[in-house]
Design a protein around this ligand. Sequence first.
Ligand SMILES: NC(=O)c1ccc[n+]([C@@H]2O[C@H](COP(=O)([O-])OP(=O)(O)OC[C@H]3O[C@@H](n4cnc5c(N)ncnc54)[C@H](OP(=O)(O)O)[C@@H]3O)[C@@H](O)[C@H]2O)c1
Length: 303
Amino acid sequence: MSSTGTRLVVTGANGGVGRNLLTHAAASGTPAVAVVRSERAASSLTGLRGIDVRVVASDDAAGLAAVMQGASSIVHLAGILIESRDATYEQANVAATAAVVAACQRAGVPHLVLVSAIGADMHSPNRYRRSKAEGEQIVERAGLHATIIRTPILLGPGSAGAAAIVRTAGSGKAKLLGGGGYVMRPLDLDDLSRAILVACDRRTPGVHVHELAGPEPIAYRDLIQRAAAMMGREVTLGAIPIWAAKLGAALRSRVSGGGITPTVIDVITANEDVPHNADADLGITLTPLAETLAKILPGRPTT
Ligand SMILES: NC(=O)c1ccc[n+]([C@@H]2O[C@H](COP(=O)([O-])OP(=O)(O)OC[C@H]3O[C@@H](n4cnc5c(N)ncnc54)[C@H](OP(=O)(O)O)[C@@H]3O)[C@@H](O)[C@H]2O)c1
């Protein structure tokens, strides 16, 4: 049982980060309320001991404030990289954050953790990065104690990033954007969950922005080759020119109203540059990349 009076409310709780965090919370005996938007999402979270699942619309300020009563920290995980006709950055990364912050103030919750993204920047030409920075600014100006954790690509069983690596590494032959030369800093989902729980136990006064990345910078093409070798497979990698991928994405997304856009391609092909890693500040020890890969690859041990 948590010894610090920690009681969490987690938004976006049915996403990849949310599920992992709730598993850690359940294992450490930390009471948590999981907030989701639909009964379908709620039913995907059954079976976690000590986790109370509530369905609340993301714009229902009174409903959000009601479920937040008595919480010591809110962990706001709702957010998107891929837009659709029904979900824009403005709605999912900005308005949903504003609603959660307002509810947090209304319920008198003293501390909030926001999971944001490396590269969040108000002045970025990239709409996703600007929307993440706007979400951060809403939190920073709210007068709450807050821990903002900017993350790179997250890897864990079931995460979108892990699924892409497994699919590509196992495909035998694949073309990567720009040849996959961009350098990533993959972060183990378990490490992020541990860092969030430490932040919620500490509830450090003030607003703190941390960049938390994995221990090993690696070019995406090397990551794929390494995963393939660990799976006992060979993969031949080629290149799709980034300009051609963006042109195709622009045309397709105009028709579908979302999906992979040039904005998304810019995000996923950028180097994940972290001048100061926050692992020590957040009180965690990072999992070596080889161990993280062993957790996500089929047929590998999960310890
Ligand atoms: N995964 C990564 O590699 C990565 C990297 C950097 C930053 N992040 C950020 O980390 C956070 C958690 O990521 P994740 O991987 O857990 O995401 P995820 O698996 O895609 O889950 C997203 C969650 O956000 C909810 N959501 C989406 N739009 C919403 C809206 N308009 N209002 C309220 N809730 C909404 C989803 O609910 P529904 O299921 O009901 O749609 C879901 O619970 C996000 O903010 C994400 O941008 C993730």
